[in-house]
Design a binder for this molecule. Sequence first.
Ligand code: HEM
Length: 566
Amino acid sequence: YQWPSPQYDTLETLLYEGRRGDGSSLSSLVHPCRKRPESPAVIAAEWLRTAFHDMATHDTSAGTGGLDASIAYELDREENFGAGFNSTLSDYVTFSNKYVSRADIVALGAVFAAATCGGPIVPYQGGRLDAYVAGPPGVPEPQDDISSITARFSGAGFSQSDMITLTACGHTVGGVRSTDFPQLVAPGPNNQLVITPFDPTTQFDHSVVQHYLDGTTQNPLVIDQNKTMTSDLKIFSSDGNATVTGLANGDFASTCGNIFNRMINTVPSSVNLTDTIDLLPAKVSNAQLTIEKNQLVFKTQFRLTQPLNSTISSTRQVTMYWCDRYGSAQNCKGSKHFAPSASKLDEQNLSPVTQALGIGFTTYSFVVPIDSTVSISKFWFTVDSKNGSAVVTQDNGGNGYTLDHDQVFFVPTLSHSDLKQVSLQKRGGITAAANFTRVFQLTAAVRDGSSSPSRVYMDAQDSAQQGFPAPFTSTVDFQKNSSSSVAGYSFYTANIEDAGYYLTFDLHGTIDGATYTQDFVQTAFLDNTPYVAPVQGQVTNSAGRLSGFCLTVGITFVGILFGSLL
Ligand code: HEM
């Protein structure tokens, strides 16, 4: 891993912090193994079932289907009966973006579902591609005979024992609903929703197979009198109970972790999944040059881990260092700057995955003023735990965290967004579900130089759209505005309107034939970003270190001389 890796960074934040860049939390919807408000429905069970139904129509030989979020277009099919799918998709709708597909969210939902109910930590990779149309049908149904169910799993790449394992692991959470399968579960008084669980525990454990084997199960898909609907009985007994017996006596959690990993990685053959997203022990995020209150500032956040409920961060001291980009001290020749953090935030229990790993975070926020004549080229950190152990340098594997350029950047404090009511449009009898759009007025700063930019523009994107249409994309040019330049930067403005939930854009400036880009700019919270006053940095000139360096070289030189004389 080398910073910056925007896709990795974005997926890592979602997986281990449970949230996207603006703080909106996906994991808190499901964690800790929650039920829907006013309902017996276990959210984790709905998320897990959604991943299975999306994946189940994979065709190994054709290399098509699999986890591709096509489920959003397939809910009118009998094989996808269940209110849980709609609720799940509404949970997910705001979380996809340029680097995280809808299918990646469906997969992540299954990872969270397992972890939050006490199940395994399923290794997670991103990079799935989304379908924007329905795929072929073929999710197995309870009334199907065992040979066609087995053939369906086999077509998706799962053997008979895989099929038994995956179904048993899936059916350890949740249950059957009176609203979806009244022939299996009778509704309550006044047609109230009843969910008969597959096993008596809400936790992710082997009791589903244990109770099946000892004959005490109340699983409707096993005990129903009408044997056409007892798919779990058909599946579990299809190899003479060999696989379920193994599951009951073996390591249920880790076996389920492996098969869930295969389930979420069952994707069309055109997909290249990313590496497994591992936790970054030291993570830089939101690094940006920008202008706040007529001052050029550099802001970034630096996240460190610590064991849950520990107090390491109360004494730990984190310092940011940085180098000039221009002038006599360019790239830290002779001197460097340093500053303490402006604030720090301890957070525990953000995602079920980090909670299961026993890890909490402390995030150090830095804001420093930058003199634009010397600017900034790279930065890094030192971490002093103040417990007698050595001070640790975090510098991106020795390279420092390098800023590509300082030519063009977004200025959130000079940008705005407003909700605009739009009249409901009826097209072909379908009323648009969303009746608002968001209107953005965005400001970019471009460094004053010998020539003006030939073009300043953005490629905007929003895949978080109500109703799951293809993502909104638009390329819009910025125009120079009338405000005078600040700290050697001139301002450019553009307007854009978006009916989705999460607009991001890549900002480009073409100057003297070269195009400079600020990638994946987020637009949430434009009008209420709290202002944090910059912390003035200090300069250390390395005169002391330089003389030390000469001394060492001198001694070595004498040593070599001496050696050759002898
Ligand atoms: C032939 C195979 C399968 C059949 C016929 C089947 C059938 C069913 C049925 C009828 C329900 C009740 C749904 C409702 O009442 O809304 C259900 C629930 C569920 N299924 Fe399956 N299933 C199969 C395999 C799987 C697999 C492989 C998984 C996951 C890996 C899975 C995960 C779930 C979960 C988590 C629920 C509970 C949903 C909730 O409580 O909201 N199922 N399944």
